[in-house]
Design a protein around this ligand. Structure first.
Ligand code: 1CP
Length: 367
């Protein structure tokens, strides 16, 4: 199985590496990694959250008859599904096909991923006894992830692979609620009602998330993203007191791992500066705050990722093109910009529009 070489990649367009003496593997010197380090090129590197998944007919065909969790434990399937959007769209990064609950399932938490719903937990975690069941993750628990990352790194060549994990708060929300939640009410009630148990739970989830990221980095992932998708449900005061220390304990110890760390959440306009202080190199921004305003809130030297509203991809092309150009222009206010959506690709998205967005962004370096 060979990743198709896209006809034209940002590596071939005449840009020069500012430090040609560094003997880094090609993926580690890619536009994505360079932008994350604050060395932007003429146009931003681009990938899409949920680029592997239901918008692709080849994904739906491959997944037919296999449950989501079984797919996440099969190195050959992980590899193929991860490569599909890279071949099709010529994006500047692959993201590992997995799920944020995979390491929890791997340590024995009874979770199923229900089609059309998401992760459902058979026995929600709400007491000290429940917490006692949550054991640490060891690399052997996720050997299929290590194997998939190794095979992907060799298939992808100079296209970087992004590994990921769920942040402690977002993982806790699924464990405490028992599944997807709109208001995260039980989670907030536990946070305020039993802060001791809350911090113990988040501490344990932070250890699991950090170990899961380390497995992926050790196997060759070129960047990692910490998804705190539901952090925007919190006030700044609650985020700072109950969540930030634990996200920091995931991200900070990985500083010396040598790969950029991206930290993303939805609806986090009020939390951006705090999220940056958790220690990531790049802060992901949803579509609610323009990237120039997000850069101002983040402070000097910040690198941003985002932030096209995924719903706009369902509009006519002139609307999409105008919005893409606006996001790229606003991203220039930051010290680096990785183009992405403000959240994941919606299942009804026409994949040809995604391909066209990538081509448009790559063409901007010629203007
Ligand atoms: O039946 C199916 O096909 C399952 C749908 C699906 C897919 C394709 C789920 C269930 N997870 C995934 C893959 C997935 N999950 C990826 C793949 C890599 C890529 O981006 O291409 C990633 C990065 C995730 C991470 C994830 N899972 C997050 C964080 C990102 C985000 O979208 O905010 C979250 C919150 C989850 C939980 C989850 N898993 C699946 C669903 C439908 C959900 C969300 C449920 C909810 O609304 O709470």
């Amino acid at each position: 199985m060979q990743a198709r070489r896209c006809d034209r990649t940002p590596w071939d367009d005449g840009r020069t590496m500012s430090n040609p003496l560094t003997p880094a593997p090609a993926a580690a010197a890619s536009p994505l990694v360079r932008a994350a380090r604050g060395h932007p090129g003429a146009s931003p590197p681009v990938w899409f959250m949920r680029q592997a998944g239901r918008s692709l007919p080849e994904y739906r065909a491959l997944r037919a008859g296999t449950s989501m969790l079984d797919a996440c434990r099969d190195p050959a399937l992980i590899t193929e599904i991860t490569l599909q959007p890279v071949r099709r769209h010529c994006v500047d990064a692959a993201i590992l096909f997995s799920d944020i609950v995979v390491p929890l399932v791997a340590v024995g938490v009874p979770i199923d991923i229900v089609p059309g719903v998401g992760p459902v937990v058979a026995h929600p975690v709400r007491t000290a006894d429940d917490l006692a069941q949550l054991r640490p993750l060891t690399p052997a628990d996720v050997s299929y992830v290590r194997e998939a990352v190794r095979s992907l790194v060799s298939e992808l060549g100079r296209v970087p692979l992004i590994g990921f994990a769920g942040a402690p708060f977002t993982l806790a929300s699924y464990l405490v609620e028992g599944g997807p939640s709109r208001d995260h009410a039980r989670t907030k009630a536990l946070m305020h009602g039993d802060p001791g148990l809350w911090h113990a739970l988040l501490g344990r989830l932070a250890d699991i998330a950090r170990e899961f990221l380390r497995v992926q980095i050790d196997a060759g992932a070129n960047a990692v993203q910490l998804f705190d998708s539901w952090a925007g449900a919190l006030s700044l005061a609650d985020y700072d007191a109950f969540v930030l220390p634990h996200s920091r304990s995931v991200l900070e110890p990985l500083a010396d791992a040598g790969v950029p760390r991206i930290h993303f959440g939805v609806g986090t306009g009020e939390l951006l500066a705090s999220m940056r202080s958790a220690g990531a190199d790049v802060v992901g921004v949803d579509w609610r705050v323009p990237l120039d305003e997000a850069s101002r809130r983040l402070g000097p030297g910040a690198v941003v990722q985002g932030n096209l509203d995924p719903a706009l991809l369902l509009a006519d092309w002139p609307v999409v093109e105008r919005a893409v150009r606006r996001v790229v222009a606003e991203g220039r206010a930051a010290s680096g910009h990785i183009f992405n959506l403000g959240h994941g690709v919606l299942p009804d998205t026409d994949p040809d529009v995604l391909t066209r967005v990538v081509a448009l962004i790559h063409s901007l370096s010629d203007e």
